[in-house]
Write a protein that binds this ligand. Structure first.
Ligand code: AMP
Ligand code: ZN
Length: 111
């Protein structure tokens, strides 16, 4: 997946502000933050979206554990974890990523 932006970030070929990584997942700051804390958590291997990732439940669970840990560390007063998926979900990068948002009161419902 050499044309995939987040595969390139996972490989270190494109710089990112990394807040956590291990052998399986990478957490880095969104380049266009929608909240005071906006971190993306990705698997280092390529999966197009959360539906594909669900075929690997251990990895999906690990990604959720990391996302929750980042959220708790960055946004102790509350946060939101979101997977945008497909055209109607507003997904623009086709490498699955959890948005971890916090640092201010978040509105609900989203648009
Ligand atoms: P989505 O629209 O849900 O697919 O989210 C894609 C996210 O990736 C957006 O919030 C973008 O701001 C973010 N993004 C795009 N390019 C980069 C980059 N080079 N580094 C960090 N975040 C990025
Ligand atoms: Zn990818």
């Amino acid at each position: 997946m050499t044309e995939c932006l987040f595969c390139k970030i996972a490989a270190g070929d494109i710089p990112a502000t990394v807040v956590y990584q291990d052998e399986l997942v990478l957490a880095f700051r969104d380049i266009n933050p929608e909240a005071p804390s906006h971190v993306l958590v990705i698997p280092k291997d390529h999966f197009a979206n959360v539906e594909e990732l669900s075929a690997e439940p251990e990895l999906a669970g690990h990604l959720l554990v990391v996302a929750a840990d980042v959220a708790k560390t960055e946004s102790s007063q509350g946060h939101r974890i979101v997977f945008n998926t497909g055209e109607h979900g507003g997904q623009t990068v086709n490498h699955v990523h959890a948005h971890v948002l916090g640092g201010r009161p978040l509105q609900w419902p989203p648009g």
